[in-house]
Write a protein that binds this ligand. Structure first.
Ligand SMILES: C=C1C[C@]23C[C@@]1(O)CC[C@H]2[C@@]12CC[C@H](O)[C@@](C)(C(=O)O1)[C@H]2[C@@H]3C(=O)O
Ligand code: AKG
Ligand code: FE2
Length: 323
């Protein structure tokens, strides 16, 4: 029997972390946000407005081009997400963002030069921000090696990715006449429900809402857009490396009926051969090790063989755990 669960929509305000405030305060706030929401907004982040504006302008220019021209770029995708049949009302660009590939963005054929320059500057800015946040997390968690997380995405062979998502406006005609109540939003799924597999995601969007997070099964919490902030979220690997203290929360993006939405996500990932395991301070008799150790190559292989919404992290749980 197929059970159809009705979805509840409850708007939410994410915790806001102001990086210009006192360090010990910031570390505490970040830890609390990652334990309770897996998501937070960061302000006074240090990435220059000009770098963000140039990247966004170049990306909008790219998405405004005719489809035939966009399709010439091998990094471009439309409607199909991944290789396992997932579809969404989305078009996107997916780029490797390792330190060495950023340096070679200019050599990608068909990539307009203003785009590659602005994307390189942006990627360097958000990678630095991701490293800073990972160091604050390590401090907040009381891990003696403050760089145990940031080192993984600073490495030359770190496997990070940059994704530009463009959601054209779509009015869901099926809903139009059926239910006109304001609580029923006439939207379509642009990017289906999933968790991010890497360590940390740094997401930015224009001022159009669409991101929703799920803190409870069957309940979707729309997140208000804030173009002056970065939305940071815990990835699966960080959940493992904190022995489950931080949560990799499922999220999705819906389209807006009237306005174009663009989000840009930097996914900080480690080198393929990095061993993913929680440091000893995170494992105690009260909190035994929840996950088996694995390499990012192993996790990535499983991830890419599965559908977007599948709970891949469960395959790496220790069987003795209770939760
Ligand atoms: C269906 C898929 C797309 C995805 C790889 C996967 O097999 C499952 C995870 C998906 C995801 C979600 C977060 C990021 O957008 C992404 C780049 C990633 O690392 O994992 C995508 C993958 C993708 O679009 O290729
Ligand atoms: O567009 C968004 O706000 C979310 C995109 C996302 O979750 C992703 O790219 O993994
Ligand atoms: Fe995501």
């Amino acid at each position: 029997m197929v059970v159809i669960r009705s979805e509840k929509i409850l708007p939410i305000h994410l915790p806001v972390v102001d990086l210009s405030t006192e360090r010990s305060m910031v570390t505490k706030l970040i830890v609390k946000a990652c334990e309770e929401y897996g998501f937070f907004n960061v302000i006074n982040h240090g990435v220059p407005c000009d770098t963000i504006a140039k990247m966004e302008e170049a990306a909008f220019d790219f998405f405004a081009k005719p489809v035939a021209q966009k399709k010439q770029l091998p990094l471009y995708g439309c409607k199909n997400i991944g290789f396992n049949g997932d579809m969404g009302e989305i078009e996107y660009l997916l780029l490797s963002a390792t330190p060495s590939s950023i340096a070679h963005f200019n050599n990608i054929s068909n990539m307009p030069s203003n785009f590659s320059c602005s994307v390189s500057a942006y990627t360097e800015g958000v990678r630095e921000l991701a490293c800073e946040i990972l160091e604050l997390m390590a401090e907040g968690l009381g891990v003696p090696d403050r760089w145990f997380l940031s080192r993984l995405i600073r490495e030359v062979d770190s496997d990070s990715v940059l994704r530009f998502n463009h959601y054209p406006p779509i009015l869901n005609k099926d809903c139009k006449d059926r239910d006109k109540s304001p609580s029923h939003n006439h939207t379509k799924v642009g990017f289906g429900e999933h968790s991010d597999p890497q360590i940390l995601t740094i997401l930015r969007s224009n001022d159009v809402g669409g991101l929703q997070i799920s803190l409870q099964d069957g309940v979707w919490n729309p997140v208000a857009p804030d173009p002056s902030a970065f939305c940071v979220n815990v990835g699966d690997l960080l959940q493992v490396m904190t022995n489950g203290r931080f949560v990799s929360v499922r999220h999705r993006a819906v389209t807006n009926s009237h306005k174009s939405r663009m989000s840009v996500a930097y996914f900080g990932g480690p080198p393929l051969d990095a061993c993913i395991v929680a440091p000893s301070v995170m494992v105690t008799p009260q909190r035994p090790s929840l996950f088996k150790p694995f390499t990012w190559a192993e996790y990535k292989k499983v991830t890419y063989s599965m559908r977007l919404g599948e709970r891949r992290i469960d395959l790496f749980r220790n069987c003795t755990q209770l939760d």
